[in-house]
Design a binder for this molecule. Structure first.
Ligand code: ADP
Length: 459
């Protein structure tokens, strides 16, 4: 069911229920009020009849009372039958004469005396027994009547309520059906636009209004998501074209070397030299392939990463020995004076990939500085482990700072150094998987400090 239909049905249903309950209450209260009023009317008529009949009013005898009663009959008269009984229960007066009055039993007399009156209603005829106690004589008066005017008013009220309710429900239904068109228009617009979005036009954006309502927030969040998707698509595109370029170039160079070597007969020394150069190229290719494989591994979902307890100072030590095995001339100066005595503050839940990331950062620092030295600082505070790697090397041009973590991106001043531009991308990914952060601070030809911040997960 569409939101619009659902809204219409629910809204109309709620309003209908409210109206039905409300109008029923009004009708019920009015009906009860009419009943009470009419009982009061027939009671006062009964008592005045009793008074006129009693010896308290000597001027009125039975004949005059009958004339008076007759004069009170009109098309709107509500009293149907009046009867007066003496103390013993014997009928002493009845109006009109043609109608039979009920017999007053002993039981009824007891009930009337107990409550001073008796009331009941049957088929809209309301009946009351009243007791009139005069100065010298007492009477039981029976009176029954039909509240024509009261019922007319009540039916009129019922019609008014019914008409108003029907019109209100109809208006509610129509409003509920048409109002959401205006409300849902932006959502329909979003749906149309979303249908148009494919991977080739991820630059499309939804218009965002100024009202900051739910729809605007949805559009904003959707645009943010498109922005991230666009960036990630761009990165993937760049990555593939860079990767193929980086693989094709050394392969091309190797092919040329082989073709040149095969052009004519060569001396064993020349073949050896060519093979040596080919070996060097293959080693570089292998380093790059390993980097790509590790980057793929680091691109995994964080959930699928195998974690274990890792002491960061030990991991740094292992990274240092890896680095110095590859490059014995590189120097690593460790400054661990700020580490806490409680060694648990140096333990995180991590993966062995962290070692690769530390080797990459140390390698860069040594590679890009004349003294081939990196200073490693380690400290732990506020549930975070902070590791900084500083060097006094070539630095990074400020304009390139945001690009250097992109795969295959190499700084303009770093092209003369060996490398493939994968190290920092891989490092960034690995630290991200550990919910950490990489910050880089640098000044060209002065220094570069790469800081890694890793959270310690407290239980
Ligand atoms: P690579 O070192 O193979 O070029 P990386 O991904 O490790 O690739 O680094 C990307 C770029 O970041 C480098 O090309 C270089 O320009 C810059 N960079 C990284 N670390 C340093 C550093 N310590 N000093 C100067 N530049 C650096």
């Amino acid at each position: 069911m569409q939101i619009r239909t659902r809204l219409t049905v629910r809204f109309s249903l709620i309003v209908t229920i409210i109206l039905v309950v409300f109008s029923n209450s009004i009708f019920f209260i009015s009906s009860k009020d009419r009943e009470d009023r009419f009982f009061s009317v027939i009671k006062s008529r009964a008592l005045s009849e009793g008074k006129l009949f009693s010896k308290d009013v000597k001027e009125v005898d039975t004949n005059l009372l009958r004339i008076l009663d007759k004069s009170r009959i009109s098309p709107f008269s509500s009293v149907i039958l009046l009867a007066i009984y003496d103390d013993t229960g014997k009928e002493v007066y009845r109006f009109p004469n043609e109608l039979a009055a009920p017999i007053l039993s002993k039981d009824t007399i007891i009930k009337i005396l107990a409550n001073k009156e008796l009331r009941f209603q049957q088929n809209k005829i309301q009946t009351a027994w009243e007791y009139y106690a005069g100065k010298t004589d007492h009477y039981f008066i029976y009176v029954s009547g039909f509240d024509q005017t009261g019922y007319d008013k009540l039916y009129f009220l019922a019609w008014v309520i019914f008409f108003c309710c029907t019109v209100s429900i109809l208006v509610t239904f129509i409003t509920a059906y048409f109002y959401p068109i205006h409300l849902l228009a932006p959502i329909n617009y979003i749906i149309d636009l979303v249908e148009e979005i494919t991977d080739s036009n991820l630059d499309l954006r939804l218009p965002v209004g100024k009202s900051k309502d739910e729809i605007d927030r949805l559009a904003t969040k959707f645009n943010d998501m498109l922005q991230r998707l666009e960036e990630s698509f761009e990165m993937k595109r760049d990555f593939i074209s860079n990767a193929s370029h980086e693989l094709r170039t050394p392969l091309g160079v190797m092919m040329v070397q082989i073709e040149v070597a095969m052009m004519s007969e060569r001396t064993p020394e020349e073949y050896k030299k060519t093979l040596g150069s080919l070996l060097e190229d293959i080693k570089n290719l292998r380093v790059m392939m390993n980097g790509l494989l590790e980057l793929t591994e680091a691109n995994m979902q964080p959930g699928s990463l195998k974690l274990k307890s890792i002491r960061i100072d030990e991991m740094l030590w292992l990274a240092k020995s890896d680095l110095q095995n590859q490059h014995p001339d590189y120097k690593v100066i460790e400054n661990y004076s700020n580490i806490p005595e409680d060694s648990s503050k140096l333990v995180i839940q991590g993966n062995d990939l962290l070692r690769t990331s530390f080797v990459n950062i140390m390698n860069n620092s040594c590679k890009y500085s004349e003294d081939k030295t990196v200073i490693v600082n380690l400290e732990s505070k506020n549930n975070e482990i902070i590791i900084s790697f500083s060097d006094k090397g070539i630095g990074i041009p400020p304009a390139e700072m945001k690009n250097i973590i992109r795969p295959f991106y190499r700084g303009s001043n770093a092209k003369s150094f060996p490398g493939n531009g994968l190290g920092l991308a891989l490092t960034q990914k690995i630290i991200e998987l550990h919910k950490g952060e990489v910050r880089i601070d640098s000044r060209v030809n002065e220094y570069t400090t790469v800081t890694v911040i890793l959270p310690i997960e407290t239980k």
